[in-house]
Design a protein around this ligand. Structure first.
Ligand code: PMT
Length: 408
């Protein structure tokens, strides 16, 4: 798992070096981000040497000609999306205030707003600064938002005063990281099958039929399920995404290959989520040689592919099945029909013509149609957030089923 360690400008910044080592002992990959203040106390080189990773110090790194480098900013935002947890230690009064108010004026503050990963902060400062109403108010705001605060210890402070303000012990901070990462484990013991991405249906050795699916939606579901403790099999069409941590990926190309992979993994799964955009038709035969161009119109005969979801659902037993519906009109009506015809328990409908929804976007706008009649229309959210909401609904439906099946 990947931890991003934000180091801010306080005397305790040197203690973050030891934290890197401890986190690595727990097999975490540590990416260090330093604020300008932190660099007054300790150099990036120390953290680069310890973490084995380039330390991020600026949102826009300067190129050799002195110009701001946009690519570095984009790459850094990718770091935000990959991180499993953001830890800030030591956290100054200044960074707490910025996080609380949503100020984004450097890489760390931008990362805090950009990431959906859990956040842990370990403050360290002068006792009066810690006790000040402004700091305490900011702490309350962050706590209410779900940020885990590792309270500072009491003792002799670098400023010569005694009281609360010393950075908490490194072991205590690492324990808070572990506790936060493994807190929402409501899919522990479950095996989740996820399909994602497009399929490619070959016409001849160089041409194929496909669609615009990037795999982002399905990968977000797989990642979220793994974070929530499930064993995850991700059956993926050709996409250019990294496999999420802890996920077992099976690559396929065609609908037929996806069908075979699903048939293999479905029996051992308790939850199956079909986010892939499977081709509905494929050429009746693949031409062995490249089709030659001539002046006549070309007619290609297509045949339907197997409905992978519907076939799996025929033997679903007590497995919970989630289907997707990519619609361009009559979204609710078509989604309800698919929920019933495919024998799914939950259907995630997206209007793929809506701005910021559907194929290839980082966001999606979906409505969740459940078998128990609940319709949940969600606003535009990141695909990671949508994935969490789908899994919340899965957990709710499983709990409901257990209540219905338990003896009275
Ligand atoms: O991958 P992204 O770029 O992030 O885009 C996300 C998405 C738009 C692909 C995703 O949100 C989505 O809508 N996925 C389902 C796309 C689709 O094929 O929808 P459908 O309405 O045609 O199919 C309904 C359901 O049947 C889907 O769960 C699909 O996986 C499944 N199906 C469809 C055809 C088929 N032959 N076999 C199937 O199992």
């Amino acid at each position: 798992m990947r931890i991003t360690l934000g180091v801010t400008g306080g005397v305790a910044a040197y203690k973050a070096a030891e934290l890197v080592r401890l986190l690595q002992q727990d097999a975490f990959i540590v990416q260090v981000v330093m604020t300008r203040g932190a660099r007054e106390f300790i150099t990036p080189l120390t953290f680069a040497a310890l973490s084995g990773q380039k330390v991020i110090t600026d949102l826009f790194e300067k190129s050799s000609s002195g110009e701001a480098n946009l690519e570095s900013a984009i790459e850094h935002i990718a770091v935000a999306q990959r991180t499993d947890l953001l830890l800030v230690a030591p956290a100054t009064a200044d960074i707490l205030a910025k996080f609380a108010r949503g100020v984004a004026d450097d890489f760390l503050t931008t990362l805090y707003l950009a990431t959906t990963a859990p956040v842990v902060v370990a403050p360290a400062m002068n006792v009066n600064m810690w006790n000040h109403a402004a700091t305490q108010e900011n702490i309350q705001v962050l706590r209410a938002r779900g940020v885990k605060i590792v309270n500072p210890d009491e003792g002799y402070l670098a400023c010569g005063m005694t009281g609360a303000g010393r950075l908490a012990g490194q072991q205590e901070i690492v324990a808070a990281v572990r506790e936060t990462l493994y807190a929402q484990k409501d899919l522990c013991g479950q095996t989740v099958l996820v399909t994602a991405g497009p399929t490619c249906e070959d016409l001849d050795p160089v041409r194929y039929l496909t669609n615009r699916s990037s795999g982002k939606m399905g990968y977000a579901v797989a990642e979220a399920a793994a974070r929530r403790g499930a064993r995850v099999f991700l059956i993926s069409g050709p996409v250019s995404l990294e496999t999420p941590a802890g996920v077992e990926r099976i690559n396929i190309r065609t609908a037929e290959e996806m069908q075979r992979a699903v048939a293999q993994k479905f029996p051992g799964s308790s939850i199956a989520i079909f986010a892939a955009a499977v081709a509905d038709y494929r050429p009746t035969e693949m031409q062995p040689e490249k089709l030659k161009r001539n002046k006549e119109p070309l007619t290609i005969r297509l045949e339907p592919t197997p409905d992978i979801l519907a076939e799996a659902a025929r033997t679903k037993g007590d497995r919970l099945i989630v289907g997707f519906a990519a619609e361009t009109q009559n979204v609710a009506e078509n989604a309800r029909k698919k929920l019933a015809s495919k024998n799914a328990d939950l259907l995630v409908a997206n209007d793929v013509t809506a701005e910021g929804a559907g194929f290839d976007h980082d966001t999606n706008i979906v409505t969740l149609f459940s078998r128990d009649g609940r319709d949940l229309a969600l606003p535009k959210l990141s695909k990671s957030e949508v994935a969490q909401r789908i899994l919340d609904e899965v957990v709710r439906l499983r709990a409901l089923r257990n209540v219905q099946h338990s003896p009275v």
